[in-house]
Design a protein around this ligand. Structure first.
Ligand SMILES: *Cc1c(COP(=O)(O)O)cnc(C)c1O
Length: 434
């Protein structure tokens, strides 16, 4: 059997099913909203409608009940949600927020929006989340918060990071965009930090096209989040709010249409996650027979939500490098329905390049072409932008890690068998790749 990359017959030509969670319930719910004629009900002033319409408010109640948290605040994206959380925490010019370089770019950008300075710490070798020892080394007098990321669906080191934050009087803001339904010691990801931010964009476990949810158990933070979401500056006076720090509002409002869809999706989360985790264990059983690939570790006491499935490749065992091996696997498989334009199977070599390599952190040119707010950064903060500053993250990304979505809930055992067969075929013929 010749490898597909050398012109042989691929293991599979049929495109894999996409992760299509939208069905009749969502269509019915959207029709009802459209029929009502009320597509949004927010008013940007102190009024009953300051909190939005009935779908938005129902979604917030249901979200808070599901995740067992006091407040849920709906927004139009997790990017907006992260910004609102940074604003609610009172972060301002020159304040430092320690976060992971292995996340979506929006995580540190939410800090820059308020004139704060993102500081990158390294990640854990096993779990890819913020490494508590590295975070501790980055703390300076200017540090105000830690932004933890439940990357790939794995909860952050809640005990370690929260204890460090308490010791230094820091907020913990949690980017749980990839981890809805993940748990740590029986509690939901997003609910053990000061504020947790979920995403409802169309790549995520459940979605409404674009959307986000912020959760918190703190009444004052909840109010500040609601104000930042909806034109704070016009509302504070009538609402009797005297703390004006960051009380500048945006329009981060979710529409009734999105909220109606998100309510249906929340009801599906349990079932979708269960199927995803079944697929994980099915695929894992087969792939772990290949000595050069390692299946991911789950933090003890945690339930991982596997937004993507992170694996590592050991080139010294395989005798070929990661890129060569995975390009050959991709050639054996076709992609997902919705990703046809990307060509080949959805396998990522690494995840995102560690964020400090971006021109934003290398050149530090931003507002009006000035270097603000980087000109206020401590030397520790600036040192965290130097290549080499997060060695574990760099090794994972540039040498070992690969990520794929061949665990999503619409894949059948037959689909997963094809994935495993492709890996085995390339493994058995790896000498031909040298
Ligand atoms: C998707 C994602 C976001 C941004 O979500 P949006 O809703 O698209 O703004 C932020 N952080 C992480 C880790 C994500 O995966």
């Amino acid at each position: 059997m010749k490898l597909a990359i050398h012109g042989g017959k691929p293991v599979r030509k049929k495109i894999f099913p996409g992760n299509k969670t939208i069905a009749t319930q969502e269509i019915r719910a959207v029709k009802m909203v459209l029929t009502s004629g009320v597509l949004s009900k927010y008013l940007g002033c102190w009024h009953d409608n300051f909190y939005g319409g009935k779908e938005v408010q129902a979604l917030e109640k249901e979200w808070a009940r599901y995740f067992k948290v006091k407040h849920a605040v709906a927004v139009n994206s997790a990017t907006s949600g992260l910004m609102a959380a940074v604003g609610a925490a009172g972060i301002g010019p020159g304040d430092e927020v320690i976060t992971s370089p292995y996340t979506m770019s929006a995580t540190p950008v939410s800090v820059l929006v308020y004139g704060g300075v993102p500081v990158f710490a390294d990640i854990e070798d096993d779990y890819y989340c913020l490494d508590v020892k590295s975070v501790e080394k980055r703390i300076t007098k200017r540090t105000k918060a830690i932004m933890a990321v439940d990357i790939f669906g794995q909860p952050y080191d809640v005990d370690g990071i929260n204890a460090l934050a308490r010791k230094h009087g820091l907020y913990v803001i949690e980017d749980c965009a990839q981890a809805p339904g993940a748990t740590y010691a029986g509690k939901y990801a997003g609910t053990m930090s000061d504020m947790g931010v979920f995403s409802l964009n169309y790549h995520k476990h459940i979605h409404c096209g674009e959307g986000g949810m912020i959760v918190t158990n703190d009444d004052k933070l909840a109010q500040r989040l609601q104000l930042i979401r909806n034109h704070a500056e016009t509302v504070v006076e009538d609402m009797g709010v005297t703390d004006l720090n960051n009380m500048l509002g945006f329009n981060f409002r979710m529409t009734e249409l999105q909220a109606a869809v998100a309510r249906c999706q929340l009801r599906k989360l349990n079932g979708l996650l269960k199927k995803r985790l079944e697929n994980v264990s099915y695929l894992e059983k087969r792939l772990k027979a290949i000595p050069a690939v390692k299946i991911p570790k789950v933090r003890p006491g945690c339930k991982h939500a596997f937004y993507v499935y992170p694996m590592t490749f050991d080139a010294s065992i395989a005798g070929v490098n990661r890129e060569v091996f995975l390009h050959a696997v991709k050639a054996e498989l076709s992609g997902f329905e919705l990703r046809e334009n990307e060509g080949g199977a959805a396998i990522g070599i690494g995840y995102v390049r560690p964020l400090y390599f971006q021109p934003l952190y290398q050149k530090r040119i931003l507002y009006g072409g000035t270097s603000y707010p980087f000109d206020r950064a401590s030397k520790e903060a600036l040192a965290s932008y130097e290549p080499g500053s997060a060695p574990v993250c760099e090794r994972k990304h540039f040498e070992e890690l690969f990520t794929h979505e061949f665990v999503h809930p619409f894949l059948t055992h037959k689909d997963l068998d094809d994935v495993a067969t492709a890996f085995f075929k390339v493994w058995d013929h790896r000498e031909e790749l040298q």
